[in-house]
Design a protein around this ligand. Structure first.
Ligand code: ADP
Length: 151
């Protein structure tokens, strides 16, 4: 059984995240879409709210499980027999950053492989940070977030 984790902040989930998670669900037997701790980021929405949205968006995907975890991603992977980490790439900046995280995870846990996926090109400019900025300025974010979510 091939199990993967797609970790992120999902603050909030965007159409780009949804696309990556669905692509992963077609490649792996089981995918955890997992809200982790990212100390670099100040979040706008509570973990519980973000989890509720993830569960709504993936309600009909039987091999996707949405969860919150704490601590290192690789420790969660060891505990749950997960051998693949899925991350999305939007740009060369994402690549440089993600490459370092992937090598670090590999050195901490050699059984882990990081798999990078591209979202559809129409979503490649979307980021949670931009969505948050638009929300703060009372703009409309409906083109950027999954249709299951309403504000
Ligand atoms: P993190 O705080 O771990 O960066 P994010 O929720 O911002 O979490 O992103 C989670 C993952 O989703 C990252 O791998 C990020 O590159 C990817 N991602 C975010 N938006 C998109 C998008 N529009 N297209 C492809 N991948 C994306």
């Amino acid at each position: 059984m091939k199990t993967a984790i797609f970790p992120g902040s999902f603050d909030p989930i965007t159409k780009g995240h949804k696309d990556i998670a669905i692509k992963a669900s077609l490649l792996f037997d089981k995918v955890y879409v997992a809200i982790g701790d990212n100390s670099d980021k100040k979040n706008m929405f509570s973990k519980e709210q973000r989890l509720a949205w993830l569960r709504l968006v993936f309600a009909n995907y039987t091999n996707i499980e949405c969860i919150i975890y704490s601590g290192l991603t690789i420790e969660f992977c060891k505990k749950h027999n997960i051998n693949y980490i899925v991350r999305g790439l939007r740009s060369i900046n994402d690549y440089e950053n993600e490459k370092n995280i992937a090598y670090t995870n590999k050195s901490l846990y050699p059984s882990i492989e990081t798999v990078f996926l591209l979202c559809d090109s129409s979503y490649s400019h979307i980021s949670s940070s931009v969505v948050k900025e638009i929300i703060q300025l009372n703009g409309c974010v409906k083109n950027f977030i999954p249709e299951e979510i309403t504000f």
